[in-house]
Design a protein around this ligand. Structure first.
Ligand code: AMP
Ligand code: MG
Length: 412
């Protein structure tokens, strides 16, 4: 272990990975349920999906044109008799015989007898519609989409653990699977604590500030795909905090609070959570967001995030978001770590902690992002966090000089 690691341990801090593992161990994937396809966007399948139908269900034409016997086109240019017209949705009621063609629209089933389609641009229909001039020969199968060419009955379409994107929902609908087995969307409650906080446009009395954390955290929860539930603003009052936390399991599956987890004299969140739940209070070797409480009240995971606005957002990114994603069944709940390049010096001082700098990441020509500070790096300077689209992971030391590699977590 290097000197800074030892120093960190001496100050009672634990490594980020240890804190993250502890949090994830308390966040179990919710019991699977059947969810309507239209409610399943962003949810994760709990079982493999197997097809019972073919897609497409029948051979059909990929083009507007004429369904023909390919042998009849070998002597093109040539005139064929038009014996029917088939629109999408119509069932074929004629067989294409020698010297015959059926006028056909994209998506219509191939009529029996025909084995190819010649597109309308290569044909000329007679004025009376009774015959058509074919300009070119076409091979068998030309512009024909075979039955089951996309998905065959019995195909394993998606594995368990698939995060459902828009395309996945379309596939499920095309198979007639209007309900899918998934881990349900957890309801995640958010409370703010602090006597200094007010909500609303009124003038601030001396010492007051406006509650910003609840608004950012509700949006961050929604962004994970969970259902965000506003559980309000709670004063630094032991009884009020107890009521809010004790009531939470009736309304939500997980709870996020901000504020009141530091060493202050009125940090009652700590007192109440210790009484109601099985909590661990951590000092994580990171900056911002060193203090973190995590534990269970009954079976409900509770994230006690620090009150400083930037700290609460960074803490959400590093702990709450992965916890929520794991509850949703995501197999890889952490954000992807990318290798980037410092565009300017990312200076810091040695303090035994890993710094998560708020940076703006812009694509570089070599496919790696170039990153620079998004603004002031104080844990109260939310503006830089709002401007940032990434967190740069600046390890303990003097920082990363311009031009040197640095890993980032891309936030959006
Ligand atoms: P605490 O963690 O309660 O000691 O709060 C640390 C700092 O964050 C203090 O300056 C608080 O006023 C501030 N703070 C706490 N909660 C919020 C909030 N919901 N919105 C904005 N600032 C907050
Ligand atoms: Mg406070």
């Amino acid at each position: 272990m290097d000197g800074s690691g030892t120093a960190a341990l001496m100050r009672g801090m634990i490594a980020l990975t240890e804190a993250q593992e502890f949090v994830l161990a308390g966040c179990r994937a919710a019991e699977p349920v059947g969810v309507a396809v239209d409610d399943a966007y962003g949810l994760v399948t709990s079982a493999a999906v197997t097809s019972t139908e073919a897609v497409p269900p029948f051979a059909n034409t990929a083009m507007d044109g004429f369904a023909v016997r390919s042998v009849d086109t070998e002597s093109a240019p040539r005139r064929l008799d038009v014996v029917a017209t088939l629109a999408a949705g119509a069932a074929p009621d004629v067989t294409v015989g020698p010297g015959q063609a059926v006028r056909i629209m994209t998506g219509a089933p191939m009529p029996p007898g025909a084995d190819a389609v010649i597109m309308v641009e290569l044909t000329e229909l007679a004025e009376d519609g009774a015959s058509v001039e074919i300009a070119q020969s076409v091979p068998a199968g030309n512009h024909v989409r075979g039955a089951g060419e996309d998905i065959a009955p019995g195909d394993k379409v998606f594995a368990a653990g698939t995060a459902l994107s828009a395309g996945h929902l379309g596939v499920l609908a095309s198979l007639g699977n209007y309900e899918v087995q998934v881990h349900p969307r957890p309801r995640v409650g958010v409370i703010s604590t602090g006597d200094e906080l007010i909500d609303g446009p009124g003038a601030l009395a001396p010492g007051q500030i406006r509650d910003s954390n609840r608004h950012t955290l509700l949006a961050l929860v929604a962004e994970t795909g969970a259902e965000a539930v506003d559980l309000g603003l709670v004063a630094d009052d032991e009884a009020a905090i107890r009521r809010a936390i004790a009531d939470a399991p009736t309304r939500v599956d997980a709870l996020i609070s901000s504020g009141g987890v530091s060493m202050g004299a009125f940090d009652y969140v700590k007192v109440v959570l210790d009484e109601l739940g099985d909590m661990r209070w951590m000092q994580v070797a990171i900056k911002p967001a060193k203090p973190l409480a995590f534990g269970l009240v009954g079976s409900m995971p509770v994230f006690g995030l620090p009150g400083n606005p930037v700290s609460s957002m960074v803490s959400f990114e590093l702990f709450a978001r992965p916890g929520i994603r794991q509850m949703m069944g995501y197999r890889e709940p952490h954000r992807q770590r990318l290798s980037a390049v410092a565009a300017t010096d990312l200076r810091r001082h040695r303090d035994g902690k890993t710094h998560f700098a708020r940076v703006v990441a812009e694509p570089g020509g070599d496919g790696r992002y170039r990153v620079g500070f998004a603004g002031g790096q104080g844990s109260h300077q939310l503006h830089a966090m709002a401007t940032a689209n990434a967190l740069a992971i600046v390890e303990d030391g003097d920082g990363v000089p311009a031009g040197e590699p640095v890993d980032i977590l891309l936030l959006r």
